[in-house]
Design a protein around this ligand. Structure first.
Ligand SMILES: [Cu+2]
Length: 360
């Protein structure tokens, strides 16, 4: 069911996210999700969830908004008392992709690129995204946004309690912008596990020598979230992990789908408890671009923290290079657990019409 979003308040200065982009008036959109009673174990991806429509800025004429930062926190029914983020599964902000793609379509002839509907994802241990100064994700104010939030609990809950999630989105109105902002777009890359009877290379007919090491390991899916690649082979982004240490790799060149050479400026990650590290590697140069260390909370067995990458200067990435993502899990729980590993990569969008406009 879709609820119309309840707008709690607009604050023009001051919020719990770190300050950024001080040179323009920042707006903060705050929102509390509907109340849910938590009273049992909820495995990852199976907790109570709510989906809302979200209007960041109500204006008669559609205008460009630059999203700069997003954060979430589990709170009590009043919204005042902060609760443990062990009950956070994830929150996603999605945009209506057809309209979004049409408005911000590529300025380069014969170089289409397709935006994912996802603009932000936060999850346990990764509860805020703050893009580097001078960068933002542009949206148009009239294009629908949806906000999905889900709870989880790895442990039984002895005393049921009420919980909500409190979100903040920081943005700048383009009309109030005093300096140039550079557009970023998000691509989600995911470790995949092969559901075939052998390790296989995602989206490639043959491994070849150089890519052979990046084949997806075999595994068992932990949910209905499986899909096929261009070769018709089955994979899952959500799999069972037996006790012990294991590494999973995936060729993610096609998931990144770079239309041109560019730079990346922010990487966030989603993993589950007992992950040790998550890595993005340029296979063509052999260089590790990002290695995010993960800390597990031994009490609730969820994620305590995940390192992120954030840089104004950015890292160069090339449309003709091959990229590999990997995750290491060290399952010391003594039982079978569920694994996932996703990277949320924000690339500079040189093909955005807002860039061309600046050059005029
Ligand atoms: Cu997950």
């Amino acid at each position: 069911m879709n609820y119309k979003l309840i707008l709690l308040s607009f604050l023009f200065v001051g919020c719990s996210l770190p300050p950024s982009q001080q040179y323009a008036k920042r707006h903060t959109f705050e929102y509390l999700s509907p109340t849910r009673t938590l009273d049992q174990v909820y495995p990852s991806m199976n907790g109570p969830e709510d989906i809302q429509e979200m209007t960041l800025w109500d204006s008669e004429e559609p205008e460009v908004l630059w999203l700069l930062a997003h954060s979430t926190q589990v709170v009590d029914d009043t919204g005042q008392q902060t609760l443990s983020n062990e009950y956070l599964c994830h929150t996603n902000i999605d945009v209506e992709a057809n309209q979004h793609n049409h408005i911000f379509q590529s300025t380069a002839p014969n170089t289409p690129r397709w935006f994912h509907p996802r603009l932000f994802t936060l999850s346990q241990g990764a509860t805020s995204v703050v893009l580097p100064d001078g960068y933002g994700v542009p949206v148009r104010s009239d294009v629908p946004l949806t906000l999905l939030n889900m709870f989880l609990s790895h442990k039984p809950i002895e005393a049921p309690f009420q919980a909500r999630q409190r979100f903040e989105v920081q943005f700048i109105r383009d009309a109030e912008r005093t300096q140039t902002l550079k557009p970023l777009y998000l691509k989600v890359a995911s470790v995949l596990v092969s559901l075939e009877d052998q390790p296989v290379l995602f989206n490639r007919e043959k491994s070849g020598e150089t890519l052979h090491d990046s084949s997806c390991s075999m595994g068992v899916t932990a949910s209905e979230l499986w899909h096929r690649d261009s070769q018709g082979r089955k994979y899952t982004p959500h799999w069972y992990i037996e006790p012990g240490r294991s590494e999973y790799k995936t060729l993610v060149t096609d998931q990144m789908a770079l239309p041109v050479d560019t730079t990346l400026h922010y990487i966030g990650a989603h993993v589950h408890g007992y992950a040790e590290s998550i890595v993005l590697k340029d296979l063509t140069t052999g260089k590790v671009l990002f290695r995010g260390k993960v800390t597990t909370n031994q009490e609730h067995e969820g994620v305590e923290s995940v390192e992120v990458f954030s840089s104004k200067k950015g890292l160069r990435v090339y449309k003709d290079h091959e990229y590999e993502m990997s995750v290491v899990y060290n399952n010391t729980s003594g039982k079978t657990i569920e694994g996932m590993a996703m990277l949320y990569i924000y690339f500079y969008d040189a093909l955005n019409p807002l860039v061309q406009r600046r050059a005029d």
